[in-house]
Design a protein around this ligand. Structure first.
Ligand code: FAE
Length: 538
């Protein structure tokens, strides 16, 4: 592809030496060589399109632009995640986190922080690992870091929301087009598939979900199966013992070595196969500003696996897509607006951020209701009380390897609170004004389900999973959404107001809630927007 060369201020040799001295010895040479390899240099005068981030929005943009004959370069702050370490695995197991597990932390920050009341976080070497637990004032936001973004770490639950719920979330979007064209296109592109209901009834690893169903139905709640991008036929073979285990070995959160179709296997594989898409991992965008001769100048820090900047580079591009995720895109935009790099962005930038109403809880079952010592890490069902109580509760696994008699749930709720990102100039960072107390409506919505089930079953909430005598996991979200909302900070197709040639194409477009797990909606909306942008702007 043609493009301005990435101009480094430090040598790649320096980055490699620092990498080797700064990395835990548990990794073998193969991983060192791969993860430290310098990004592909981009030669030429100008890059037609730069994409910031390689999650769902960015991958859709890259593929469709490339198919339309446009050269694309993608910049990703995380690692490539394409080479095994000395243990033969690319990704670490949830039960034994190591350096690969967390983004630049020296101690794990597990979503379930306690078990039987005891803290379970442990020391890990500082490294550009796969899961970022990014802490803001009132909330910890979990995000995937690496080529593939959130698809590397998530549960793969691929849910298309009910039509009426989508219409309420994004009223400016033609619902008919979404459900006739873009949701089907997204589901096909992501490789979404459904569990075999007959297998579900007998599989040992879904005992926990069948207990969840029994309790939901005995209290009169609808229990629904949820599609996933995990290959269910592969999981059957895991259960039969004929292939290496992933979901049945407790893999999730820090990556799945087998079975799950992350973006690396779907959109990004197809994008790379066009020959028009290149990716630079360990490259973090810090600035985008209008270039003198037209287009935009993009400033990028190349980092090593200790998080240190080893080179600062500039590139120019005709068009730039912000696909750094809701948090990443919002943080960049509020900074660029406040510092005058993009002075014409409008007053909606940074606003409309929500947590998709995420809240977690566990229930303690009776001894006659074991949930199983073998639990598939991939959830496959939920309790739908959205219309009546504002909550959709995913029946989640607790893959500890022992019988816990616990039922565990991640609820998505109709939480009305919206936070705002802003630039703190003196601290030199973007901040989010979410308040911990804003989770109360989510707890109330989740209680419409679990208070009733507990009353019916004669059971109680677990109080040992998020601290000592703490019922609710109300300190976190897996589903950040908003910050550059469609038809507000951008036009109705993601074009940023004030700066032609800049686009938002990720979860930042969605105003804080989707009523279900978000990545299918992010993908479908990206498919819709990129089709319009290619037709009208390129
Ligand atoms: P995302 O996938 O986050 O990609 C953004 C990319 O940009 C990342 O790779 C970043 O490293 C990169 N980036 C950020 N800042 C920069 C920068 N300055 N320069 C260069 N690169 C940058 O964005 N959703 C579901 O629908 N179903 C699930 O089962 C599910 N489970 C989840 C479980 C966990 C533990 C987590 C954390 C999330 C889960 N999600 C799930 C949420 C889902 O992964 C998330 O909504 C999407 O990944 C968001 O997609 P985006 O394209 O917005």
């Amino acid at each position: 592809m043609s493009g301005t060369p990435l101009r480094g201020k430090a040598s790649d040799g320096l980055s490699r030496r620092r990498f080797i001295t700064g990395t835990s010895s548990i990794f073998g040479a193969a991983m060192l060589a791969s993860q430290a390899s310098p990004a592909r240099a981009v030669d030429g005068a100008a890059i037609p399109v730069l994409v910031i981030g390689t999650g769902y929005g960015g991958s859709v943009a890259a593929l469709r632009l490339a198919e339309a004959g446009v050269d694309v370069h993608m910049l990703e702050m995380g690692m490539a995640w394409d080479t095994p370490g000395s243990d033969g695995k690319i990704f670490a197991n949830t039960t034994s986190p190591d350096a690969r597990s967390y983004w630049l932390r020296t101690k794990t920050k597990q979503p379930l922080s306690n078990f039987l009341g005891f803290p379970i976080d442990r020391a890990v070497p500082r490294y550009t690992g796969i899961l970022d637990a990014e802490e803001f004032g009132g909330i910890t936001v979990y995000q995937g870091r690496g080529v593939g973004g959130g698809s590397l770490v998530n549960g793969g639950m691929a849910v298309t929301p009910k039509r009426e719920n989508f219409a309420a979330v994004l009223p400016s979007v033609n619902t008919g087009e979404m459900y006739d064209t873009y949701y089907p296109r997204a589901n096909a592109g992501l490789g979404v598939n459904a569990i075999d209901p007959a297998w579900f009834e007998t599989a040992e690893c879904y005992q926990y979900a069948r207990v969840g169903r029994k309790h939901a139905q005995r209290s009169g709640f609808p229990f629904v199966f949820v599609p996933d991008v995990y290959d269910w036929d592969y999981m059957k073979r895991e259960a039969a013992g004929t292939v290496p285990k992933s979901a049945l070995a407790g893999e999730i959160l820090y990556g799945n070595n087998y079975g799950k179709k992350s973006l690396q296997q779907t959109y990004l594989a197809r994008a790379k196969a066009t020959g028009r898409v290149t990716i630079s991992p360990l490259h973090k965008v810090t600035s985008v500003t209008p270039a003198a001769g037209g287009g935009y100048t993009v400033t990028v820090d190349q980092i090593n696996t200790n998080g240190d900047t080893v080179a600062t580079k500039t590139m120019t591009a005709d068009k730039v897509f912000f696909a750094a995720g809701s948090v990443g895109t919002s943080k960049l935009l509020v900074k660029l607006q406040a510092t005058g790099a993009l002075p014409h962005l409008n007053g909606e930038v940074g606003k409309g951020w929500g947590d998709n109403g995420n809240v977690m809880c566990g229930r303690a079952n009776h001894l006659w209701d074991p949930t199983g010592s073998l639990q598939s890490a991939i959830p496959t069902a939920g309790i739908d009380n959205w219309a009546a109580g504002g909550a959709f509760a995913e029946v989640a696994p607790l893959p500890t390897g022992i019988e816990t008699y616990a039922s565990f749930y991640l609820s998505i709720t109709k939480n009305p609170h919206r936070a705002q990102f802003s630039w703190n100039a003196s601290a030199g960072r973007a901040e989010l004004n979410w308040q911990t107390a804003w989770k109360q409506p989510s707890i109330d919505a989740a209680k419409t389900i679990f208070d009733k089930i507990n009353a019916k079953e004669g059971t109680i909430y677990r109080t040992d999973l998020f601290g000592v005598y703490k019922i609710w996991g109300d300190h976190l979200t897996y589903h950040p959404l908003g910050g550059a909302v469609l038809d507000k900070a951008t036009d109705n197709y993601g074009r940023l107001h004030g700066h032609p040639g800049l686009y938002v194409i990720d979860g930042a477009l969605i105003p804080g809630n989707t009523s279900v797990n978000p990545f299918v909606t992010i993908t479908a909306l990206a498919e819709r927007n990129i089709e319009k942008i290619i037709a009208a702007d390129l």
